[in-house]
Design a protein around this ligand. Structure first.
Ligand code: FEO
Length: 174
């Protein structure tokens, strides 16, 4: 069944939101790099890749339903933060907003009785639980470190170990 215009427009909007998320995290990564936290910068770059994957899943879905992908301009993200703690507080808040967006997409697909889209979105509903949890985990770790420079260096080294989903799957961890 061909995708309805309402759903198509809503998914196109979400493609833009996912690409904006990628852009925001890349801006955060550049900030982390600028304050000599390469591990945090790496973690955020991995997050950029995940956001692009999210956008591409939606992009492919629109085509698989004989729809039209329309790309809009991506807003400029914030470029400065007060601290790495503030970066991750914002990451957590941003992911909560994305969860709301995904939930309202589910609502629209239900209103339109589009079961295929509703089912497709279930992956994103689950993914958002993970997205919020991983951002919050870093927020909590940073709170514990507080202003301790050696604790921050240890945490930075830990953040440098993040690998993306694809590599996890390749290594049999997923
Ligand atoms: Fe695409 Fe971080 O949600």
């Amino acid at each position: 069944m061909e995708i309805k215009k309402t759903i198509q427009d809503a998914i196109n909007k979400q493609i833009n939101a996912e690409l904006y998320s990628a852009y925001l995290y890349l801006s955060m990564s550049a900030y982390a790099e600028s304050i000599n936290l390469p591990g945090f910068a790496h973690w955020l770059k991995m997050q950029v890749q995940e956001e692009i994957e999210h956008a591409m899943k939606m992009y492919d879905f629109v085509f698989s339903r004989a729809g039209k992908v329309v790309l809009d301009k991506i807003d400029q993200p914030q470029t400065e933060w007060k601290s790495i703690q503030e970066v991750f507080n914002d990451t957590y808040e941003h992911e909560k907003k994305v969860t709301e967006m995904i939930n309202s997409l589910v609502d629209i697909s239900r209103e339109e009785k589009d079961k295929a889209t509703e089912l497709f979105l279930q992956w994103f509903v689950t993914e958002q639980v993970e997205e919020e949890a991983s951002a919050d985990e870093v927020v909590q770790k940073l709170k514990r470190v507080h202003d301790d420079p050696s604790g921050l260096m240890i945490l930075d080294a830990e953040m440098a170990k993040r690998i993306n989903h694809k590599e996890e799957t390749k290594n049999g961890k997923d």
